[in-house]
Design a protein around this ligand. Structure first.
Ligand code: ASP
Length: 425
């Protein structure tokens, strides 16, 4: 996978300027007489720019998700001879993602960062009555099994996520099974992903303006209570993500991979810092591979498989974030999600993390599908985007760590050990 888009500058400074300017403009607009022409014009422009930014994210979701899943499965299928390695890899990916999602949902339920605010504060909350009719567990299972087998072209045009993922899985598996015969399609999948990433890079250049406009809208209409809720949400997500990265994964590595936490962290510090600095698993991948080879001394047969695959599909930090964020949005909108709806959120968050490529803020693009799955207002992304730089950096660090942890565990459980972990970096 190309890392072009992730190499594109992710202009921190411009984002900060855009965010500050947006808040200032929003506060200014709030002072204007509501019936003045200037108020109307400013509100229109702010709405237009913010709306375009969100629409661009939604537009990119389908090609990105489709190509990312199809490409990942294709790579997996090409490795199907090393059965034991990939079975343990997939199992461990799924297990840690499930733990992460459970942590995210539990934390959001316990700390309720979005509870107690008037629901009309949330942009678009009024347009979300569907949440109350979202399917229960039995309905969801039916949907999962029957409706996920849909005409793929219809799924593409309607952005129906589950059928889209099923179609991508089938396409990727078939192309991976007969790579010579479907060489063109294989290249098409790769190029579609690369192309989507290029366009994501463009959209992210527009992010300072888009985020500025979204913040302006927020500042013009919201109260300090919303900002308080956002701060609480950020704190809850950060603490839970760190819990997963600093306790859960190292513990699993210790128990299943046979490396104690101190030596483990010493060996992986460089990829962790790179992930923190770039917010991109893909951009970090060369550093991750090097740490796997030289510091953790992982058998290349394992690391060359686990790490590139994990870079696209294994994202515990993203899964945790998306689950917690969906619950936060539901709390803000005053919508009580039932247990089965929360299970749907958990499943969709895991799928969304699989579908997110390893580039900055990719999780925000696939967040759309998690919100849609239980009928929550997609516009709520406007609230989440401004704090995403910080959260993205930390969740990317955990995403990258997950790939290294998996490599260690797979190497040990598949009996592929290269002796002696370097461990001290
Ligand atoms: N930035 C994350 C990564 O590269 C993906 C995300 O946005 O969650 O791993």
């Amino acid at each position: 996978m190309s890392t072009d888009a992730s190499d594109a500058p992710h202009p921190n400074r411009n984002l900060l300027i855009g965010a500050a300017a947006g808040i200032a403009i929003g506060l200014g607009v709030a002072q204007l007489p509501p019936d003045s022409a200037l108020h109307a014009t400013a509100t229109w422009v702010i709405g237009l720019l913010g709306g375009m930014f969100i629409a661009a994210l939604k537009m990119l979701m389908v090609p990105l998700l489709f190509a990312s899943v199809a490409g990942g499965i294709r790579a997996l299928w090409a490795q199907r001879d090393s059965g034991r390695i990939w079975r343990i890899t997939l199992l461990f990916f799924a297990f840690t993602a499930a733990v992460a999602v459970t942590l995210g949902i539990t934390a959001a339920n316990v700390f309720q960062p979005g509870a107690g605010l008037p629901p009309d504060l949330l942009p678009g909350a009024a347009a979300a009555p569907a949440a109350h009719q979202a399917p229960d567990a039995a309905g969801f299972l039916h949907k999962l099994l029957v409706e996920s087998l849909q005409n793929p072209f219809r799924a593409l045009t309607e952005a129906a996520v589950l059928p889209l993922i099923v179609a991508a899985l089938l396409l990727g598996a078939a192309v991976g099974q007969q790579p010579q015969r479907f060489a063109t399609l294989g290249r098409l999948i790769d190029e579609l992903l690369d192309l989507s990433l290029v366009v994501v890079g463009w959209v992210m250049r527009f992010a300072p303006i888009g985020i500025g406009a979204l913040l302006a809208k927020l500042a013009a209409t919201a109260t300090a209570a919303v900002f308080g809720a956002l701060a609480k949400f950020a704190a809850v997500v950060l603490a839970t993500t760190l819990l997963h990265g600093a306790v859960v994964l190292p513990l699993l590595v210790w128990l299943l991979g046979g490396l104690d936490p101190l030596r483990y962290f010493a060996a992986i510090r460089l990829p962790m810092l790179t992930a923190l600095a770039t917010s991109s698993s893909a951009a970090t991948m060369p550093v991750t591979l090097r740490a796997a080879d030289e510091d953790l001394r992982i058998d290349p047969a394992v690391s060359r498989f686990v790490i590139p695959l994990g870079t696209t599909v294994n994202m515990d930090g993203t899964a945790l974030y998306e689950a917690a964020a969906a619950l936060f949005v539901a709390q803000l909108a005053g919508i009580d999600l039932t247990l089965s709806q929360q299970l749907i959120v958990a499943l969709m968050a895991m799928l969304a993390a699989i579908g997110a490529p390893g580039i900055p803020s990719a999780g925000m693009v696939t967040m759309v599908m998690v919100l849609q799955s239980v009928g929550l207002p997609v516009e709520a992304i406007a609230l989440l985007l401004p704090i995403d730089r910080l959260l993205d950096a930390v969740r990317t660090m955990v995403n990258v760590q997950g790939d290294l942890a998996t490599s260690l565990v797979v190497q040990r459980l598949a009996g592929r050990g290269r002796h002696g972990h370097g461990g001290t970096g």
